[in-house]
Ligand binder design. Structure first.
Ligand SMILES: [Zn+2]
Length: 394
């Protein structure tokens, strides 16, 4: 009906398309007609389920969902276990990006008594879940679905302290620096009393609305090119968040640890042992990483680009007039290269084992194959063709 009205379609022909659908659905402020796309309305309605799940604590339907899907440690934002309608919703919501950020980043917990907000998985301190902020500590956590009250509690008159249930010991450089961040967190948070609350960050009222979701979807389409970090949905969220931290220079390289007054015996790059290890060095300038990049670019059939810092590197997939999926695949591969370099670097630092450049390149090829095949619609991806050139499928 909307189409007919706007595009004066008739039975004989389709009529003239006076305006493109994109313009029709662009908000009025930006010069459009402000009519919501059907897809956007659908996304907004589904997003509401996430909001209701978080806020409707006593709802019967929520208890049913939790009894069917809860329990196991694997889910993150919303519980999911068995196939069915709820799972479809959760899978959709996991991929829903609103103005550059995943849906869950818009729903923030406000601690009351700490009994309903998940300590590791919900966002309630800072802007990412603590499982992503402190991956070293999280990997040692036994009860991954614990709530805030299970891990921290008021500590006399002095603010907050760790709960007796906290059994995680920091043993690596990474987790020691994470523990310092935990201490800082304890000095900043408190239980305000009463029930835990949720804030919908996209609206100044803090309350979820369908209109605000639609607005974010629209903004996302208009402002797509303003920041360098864009999500690659076929790549797992942990890798996306790693890239986000990398862009913000929040990766615990040796130089970053030194700047944070954490004493370490050696500040040189673990991979080349030649230069102090900053993020810019490790991912761009390092001779070892250069070898990895060189192999990956030639695999992608791209001439080695000249980049001098991380921001320029992140911009690469957006340059040129390639197809949408060409850029998406390239962006994902770029993320996976950084991820693989970081993994390799950590293996050297924490386990003392060195990898060859070819092994890192092989890891990039296999991770990217596995994720693209399982997390996108390219189900027919073939390993032997992938090895020759990742863009072959287009
Ligand atoms: Zn190096």
């Amino acid at each position: 009906m909307m189409r007919h009205f706007l595009w004066c379609g008739s039975k004989e022909g389709r009529g003239l398309h006076w305006v493109s659908w994109e313009i029709v659905t662009t908000p009025k402020k930006v010069g459009g007609l402000g009519i919501s796309k059907i897809e956007d309305i659908n996304s907004a309605l589904l997003a509401k389920w996430a909001w209701r799940y978080k806020t409707d604590i006593d709802g019967m339907w929520r208890k049913v969902v939790l009894s069917i899907h809860g329990g196991r440690n694997r889910w993150t934002f919303l519980p999911v276990k068995v196939a069915g309608c709820w799972k479809k919703i959760v899978v959709f919501l996991d991929k829903l990006v609103l103005n550059g950020k995943g849906l869950k980043f818009w729903i923030k917990g406000k601690i009351g008594n700490g009994e309903n907000i998940l300590f590791w998985k919900d966002i309630w301190y800072g802007c990412v879940p603590l499982m992503d902020r402190w991956p070293g500590l999280y990997s040692k956590e036994v009860i991954r679905n614990c709530v805030v009250r299970d891990r921290i509690q008021p500590d006399g008159s002095e603010g907050m302290g760790l709960n007796n249930n906290w059994r995680i010991e920091a043993t690596t450089v990474e987790s020691i620096s994470e523990m310092q961040d935990v201490q800082e967190m304890l000095s900043k948070v408190c239980f305000s009393g009463g029930k835990d609350n949720w804030v919908w960050e996209a609206d100044s009222s803090g309350v979820f609305s369908l209109a605000s979701v639609k607005k974010l979807l629209q903004l996302g389409r208009n402002l797509q090119s303003n920041n360098e970090m864009r999500w690659a949905l076929w790549v797992p969220i942990k890798v996306n968040i790693f890239m986000w931290r990398l862009e913000k220079d929040r990766i615990p390289t040796r130089l970053a640890l030194l700047k944070g007054n954490i004493s370490i015996p050696d500040s040189s790059c673990p991979l080349c042992e030649a230069t102090p290890e900053s993020a810019g060095h490790l991912f761009v300038d390092c001779g070892y990483s250069f070898g990895v990049w060189q192999a990956v670019w030639s695999w992608c059939r791209i001439a080695q680009p000249m980049v001098s810092n991380i921001h320029e590197m992140m911009k690469l997939p957006r340059l040129g007039k390639q197809k949408k999926w060409y850029k998406r695949i390239l962006r994902g591969i770029l993320m996976i290269v950084c991820w693989a370099i970081w993994k390799t670097r950590n293996k050297k630092v924490f386990e003392g084992s060195s990898s060859k450049v070819v092994e890192v390149v092989a890891l990039v090829k296999s991770l990217s194959f596995f994720w693209l095949k399982n997390r996108s619609n390219f189900k027919r991806l073939e390993w032997k063709d992938w090895l020759v050139n990742p863009i072959y499928i287009l």
